[in-house]
Design a protein around this ligand. Structure first.
Ligand code: GLC
Length: 728
């Protein structure tokens, strides 16, 4: 339902003073009330500028408490907050804005609702392994219901940064390395957050991020530069953001990084030519934290005034927590450096979203009663369990050691088995540790016969009485997410020491990984009897794990990010090119001397307690579409969901094309012995690429269409474009 608010916006703009206009562009983060009385962004700058030490910064951040400068609200000099997550505070501040400021413009409350609010779902990288758009939308809907019950109007999500380097800590926050998966994941989240009526009290605006290509930071180092061809940017990084805009996302967050030397927050080509003109986006943009002021650190802005001018000109509407607009814009507009029309443009974009959210017509969208009834609803716990069940990947199951028999005697090792708070992963700001179920909790609840030896102090003794040993290991959630890049993604020495000691007992060892990125785990690959990749499964982590361990649930998840043998292979991803010297057969081929060429676990890979057989692939061309059909049968004795995948290789084009690209997938439920026919219709347009001059081209070479259970699917059909009547 698209209502045109332009008249109401224009009328309001006419009444607003320049201070009130600039106030609308100001988003305050958690303010630091300590000795400095400054915002998070200002504090960050003081540390960057060497005015305070890192220790002082950390101390002050630890004293952060929310004193929201209520006087600024009364003066109409704050338009939005980030990071307030309770209805009592939100309604109190909203009342001040509505009743005590001159124009009564409502505040917009944003929050990082990344994978749930109070009920925590698996981290996005985990949930993406479900390959289930319906699930992704349902968990977003639940998160929006909880967050709006707490008074939140906008989430800084989904993150749809294609990420192919496991050293980057933020790979945990998106749908992995594939373009199609990130696009479909993002669209599902936007629909789940916003619904068809953004003004509904349980709908919240989606702010897609980080625009653009943040996942391609050089060397996997957070906040680092991004430098790539325009072809690669358009073919492999922009499509997920575009899909989200087409799905109706109402906000965009420019990324911290530059693209080819121009920071996104000052990138007029990106924010005007692409976002506004080509994609017709009419929502609002909000900078990433402190990013406006960081144009100075990037070295493109001489000073903060220049930073404000560049960001405003490029099209950053709202300034998150740097207060650069607050300090610099009035002077720049009054002295004519920045035309007031640009200021009005930014204010209008923000007011439009506030109107669309219904904040002018019904600003109080929740209360403490709705909040207490909604948060952590039993229905959302059940949904968190479903999401966790579908996100945990079975990577290895030697001799079918899993599922375990009910009376199996277990010895459990590793501190992560009991740490509820670790199960939420990064960005679970509103979750409460004790509401999460750990593996130990779940073993207790199901009456399992186990002993727990967290540190492995008495491995030999603990193992003696056990039939199967379970080792939990991986990384702490603090080693994942923002500002958490790692130059070495191997398992920790202590964990490996315990693992090898467990191996020496001769008992079967089941490794359970808790981590936010692919890890280099060749030791487990070689020596463990079974490996479950649990990621950070969220509120119902332990329950889902125990159900999979004992076979109540048949694992179905498949990897959406490639696992390397070693850190040195990063970035490693499936949609690579062939090179002129593919393979490792000869000395003079594209490979390493000291590491295998292939990954440890490939994209799309995941085992089940049953087996599936693919047959009868058939490909035909219908106008501008390719139809692929095939049979799939469950040839085992356990029901399960198989994620069927279809990849296409395009050869003999004007530019090199990836060896395979995912073009369709579908979850299929099959009872033992059951067989189904599955069909995909793939528009030729999905195979477009850009030539050297950046002209969009349809494929005109030969297509190889692969169907199977992971990216290495062997079965394929060939299709010559020359035989197809391709419409130019
Ligand atoms: C952070 C992140 C961004 C998040 C924002 C608001 O720096 O880069 O993803 O949404 O700040 O908290």
């Amino acid at each position: 339902m698209n209502i045109d608010y332009s008249d109401r916006i224009a009328a309001l703009l006419k009444e607003m003073t320049i201070d009130e206009k600039i106030g609308q562009l100001r988003q305050c983060g958690p303010s630091i009330a300590g000795a400095f009385e400054v915002s998070f962004g200002e504090l960050l700058n003081m540390m960057f500028d060497g005015k305070i030490s890192k220790e002082e910064f950390d101390r002050l951040m630890s004293t952060a408490h929310q004193d929201y400068r209520e006087e600024d609200i009364r003066r109409g000099e704050i338009g939005s907050f980030n990071g307030i997550g309770d209805s009592a505070t939100i309604n109190r501040l909203q009342k001040i804005a509505l009743e005590e400021s001159r124009l009564g413009i409502p505040l917009l409350f944003g929050y990082d609702v990344i994978h749930g609010f109070r009920t925590t779902f698996p981290i996005p990288l985990a949930e993406s392994c479900a390959w289930d758009p319906d699930l992704w939308q349902r968990t977003a809907r639940a998160a929006a219901d909880e967050a709006t019950a707490a008074g939140i109007h906008m989430t800084f999500a989904p993150m749809t940064d294609v990420a192919r380097d496991a050293r980057w800590g933020r790979i945990c926050e998106g749908a992995g390395e594939d373009v199609l998966l990130n696009s479909m994941y993002g669209v599902a989240k936007v629909k789940g957050f916003q619904t068809e009526d953004l003004s509904a009290p349980d709908a919240m605006a989606a702010c897609i991020k980080h625009f653009a290509a943040y996942g391609a930071v050089e060397a996997g180092k957070d906040y680092n530069r991004v430098d790539m061809s325009m072809q690669k940017l358009h073919e492999e990084y922009l499509p997920p953001y575009k899909a989200c805009i087409e799905a109706g996302a109402r906000a965009v967050m420019p990324a911290f990084n530059d693209i080819n030397g121009v920071p996104c927050s000052a990138n007029t080509w990106l924010l005007q030519d692409v976002l506004r003109k080509e994609w017709k986006f009419d929502g609002m943009t909000v900078s990433d934290a402190n990013a406006v002021r960081e144009l100075v650190s990037h070295g493109v802005a001489e000073n903060e005034a220049e930073a404000a001018k560049m960001a405003m000109t490029a099209g950053v509407d709202m300034d998150m927590s740097s207060d650069t607009y607050r300090r610099e814009l009035k002077k720049l507009v009054t002295n004519g450096t920045i035309p007031e029309e640009l200021l009005d443009r930014a204010v209008a974009n923000i007011l439009r979203i506030k109107f669309e959210l219904g904040l002018f017509d019904h600003p109080y969208q929740t209360d403490e009663d709705r909040e207490s009834r909604t948060l952590m609803k039993e229905e959302y716990r059940r949904l968190a369990l479903e999401a966790a069940q579908k996100s945990i990947v079975l990577l290895k199951n030697e001799g079918g050691i899993l599922p375990l028999k009910k009376n199996t005697k277990l010895a459990v090792f590793g501190k992560l088995a009991k740490e509820r708070g670790q199960m939420t992963g990064a960005w679970a700001i509103a979750s409460k540790d004790d509401e999460c179920v750990s593996l130990i909790d779940a073993l207790d609840s199901c009456g399992a016969d186990y002993i727990y030896d967290a540190a492995g102090d008495s491995i030999e003794k603990s193992a003696e009485a056990a039939d199967v040993l379970i080792l939990t290991l991986g990384e702490n959630k603090e080693e994942s997410g923002e500002a958490a890049s790692r130059a070495d993604i191997r398992l920790k020495k202590d964990d490996l020491d315990i693992f090898f000691r467990l191996k020496q007992t001769g008992k079967p060892v089941v490794a359970v990984l808790f981590n936010g990125r692919p890890l280099a785990v060749p030791e487990l690959h070689d020596g463990a009897d079974a490996i479950l990749e649990a990621w950070y499964p969220g509120t119902e982590a332990g329950t889902a794990l125990v159900q999979i361990l004992f076979g109540k649930v048949n694992p179905s998840a498949k990897l959406t990010a490639t696992f390397p043998y070693s850190t040195g292979q990063c970035p490693i991803y499936y949609a690579h090119i062939n090179t002129g010297r593919p393979g490792a057969h000869s000395k003079y081929s594209s490979k390493y001397l000291d590491t295998p060429l292939d990954p440890l676990y490939c994209f799309g890979y995941g085992l089940s307690y049953t087996e599936y057989e693919y047959s009868n692939i058939n490909v035909s061309a219908f106008g501008d579409e390719i139809q692929v059909t095939f049979q799939i049968r469950n040839i085992g004795n356990t029901a399960g969901d198989e994620i069927t995948q279809c990849y296409i290789q395009d050869t003999a084009e004007e530019r090199i094309r990836p060896v395979r690209q995912l073009k369709a997938f579908r979850r299929v439920h099959l009872e033992p012995g059951e067989s189904k026919t599955v069909g995909y219709m793939i528009p030729l347009n999905d195979m477009m690429y850009y030539d050297w001059q950046m002209n969009r081209k349809l494929p005109c070479g030969n297509l190889k269409i692969y169907v199977g259970s992971d990216v290495n699917a062997p079965m394929y059909c060939e299709l010559s474009m020359k035989e197809m009547k391709v419409h130019k």
